[in-house]
Design a protein around this ligand. Structure first.
Ligand SMILES: Cc1ncc(COP(=O)(O)O)c(C=O)c1O
Length: 389
């Protein structure tokens, strides 16, 4: 008898992981002394956890404290520290009781989606988008509803786009700064979207994982400032440079606190204890983290200056995060083939746009600029030689 394979098995791959594997294979096959592969595909800081966070983890390991399960919503001291972060950074009073520590932002999405939506529900998001939003929804039998966005709205949704949705979706996911375009919603735009969602009974999920990584004039605002019913998702992976520690958090609306707690108890029990200790200490490492941010800004400025010389001049405004979303439609209509060739011929790994926008991503490439500064200069030069020999 053939065995049943569930609908969750239909979730598409997160293609960037395949690009990472191809770049690793290419790097391993290079002869000694050959120029290495420049990694612009990964969305993770090249730096490790800030020193104070690592030291707190070492202290916890040495102290003999049994690092067991924590409460499902995390260590109380960490939840209180996150609440203080909302007071200090945004001037918001968020009670620790509404804060859930999660296994990265990735661990927050299944909890939020299962608590807020039912199978069959439509959940809207801008396209291009972070692929796991749609892939997780699909695995749960929910329906991603894509709102095609372009440079005219900084790759972000608008209330006018939402007004056209009939019937209304059950939810809306926004991210500001977003991945892959690195663009932001102005605080008043986020406020208008949050008000619209509340008025129309649409659950807003605001992915704020790139907060702290903002450059130039753009201002960041938390959806928690505008709506008591929005779910806010954040993480220690990006600004705090702690991807592998797997800690994130949510600010939950009152009505979802207990449902999410029950789901978290069953699905994860808790986020890793030692990582929570390190995460709490990371809030006291701001000077080191600001140095990382300054480096990302220099990388971004360098690429924005240098890439046009390689003929790559249609770049997203790059308000924040660490990505450039480049329109390469004048060079290819097959971004996976273009990226494979770029890796082979120029030694640069970048992510084809189809990962983020299955319809229009064939003419886009995402470059991540969180790597070392010297790599960015070298990448710009290699691209110039490759595209304008
Ligand atoms: C927009 C966005 N949200 C969420 C995540 C997941 O982050 P983590 O699970 O490491 O917190 C990422 C990772 O790249 C991301 O880009």
């Amino acid at each position: 008898m053939p065995l049943k394979v569930g609908r969750g098995a239909e979730a598409p791959p997160f293609l960037v992981m395949d690009v990472i594997a191809a770049a690793n294979a290419r790097a391993a096959a290079l002869p000694p002394g050959a120029p290495g592969v420049i990694r612009m595909e990964v969305g993770q800081p090249g730096t490790g956890a800030p020193r104070g966070a690592a030291e707190a983890a070492i202290r916890a390991l040495r102290s003999g404290t049994p690092l067991g399960y924590t409460e499902a919503f995390g260590l109380r001291s960490l939840r209180e520290r996150i609440a203080r972060h909302y007071a200090e950074r945004y001037g918001l009073a968020v009670p620790p009781a509404r804060i859930a520590v999660t296994v990265g932002a990735s661990g927050a999405f299944p909890l939020a989606f299962l608590a807020a939506f039912d199978p069959g529900d439509a959940v809207a998001m801008a396209a291009p988008f972070y692929p796991p939003y749609a892939n997780i929804l699909t695995a749960f039998g929910m329906r991603p509803l894509l709102l095609p966005c372009d440079a005219a709205t900084r790759f972000q949704p608008t209330v006018a786009m939402l007004e056209r949705l009939d019937p209304r979706p059950a939810g809306l996911i926004v991210a500001s700064p977003c991945n892959p375009a690195g663009t932001m919603l102005a605080p008043e735009e986020l406020a208008a979207i949050a008000r619209w969602c509340d008025a129309e009974g649409v659950r807003l999920i605001s992915d704020e994982i790139y907060h702290g990584l903002v450059y130039g004039e753009a201002k960041e605002a938390s959806a928690a400032a505008f709506s008591g019913s929005a779910v806010v998702v954040n993480s220690f992976s990006k600004y705090f440079s702690m991807t592998g520690w797997r800690v994130g958090w949510m600010v939950l609306p009152e009505d979802l606190v207990r449902p999410v707690e029950c789901l978290a108890q069953n699905l994860f029990i808790s986020a890793p204890h030692v990582a929570q200790v390190a995460a709490e200490a990371a809030f006291d490492c701001i000077p080191e983290l600001e140095e990382n941010r300054a480096r990302y800004r220099r990388n971004r400025d360098l690429l924005r200056r240098a890439l046009p010389a390689a003929g790559l001049d249609r770049l997203s405004p790059a308000d924040g995060a660490f990505y450039l979303w480049a329109d390469v439609g004048h060079l290819t209509n097959d971004s996976p083939e273009f990226c494979a060739r770029m890796l082979r011929e120029a030694g640069i790994a970048a992510t084809p746009g189809v990962d983020f926008d299955r319809e229009r991503g064939s003419r886009f490439v995402r470059f991540s600029y969180c790597g070392p500064e010297a790599d960015m200069a070298e990448a710009a030069e290699r691209l110039r030689r490759w595209l304008r020999p």
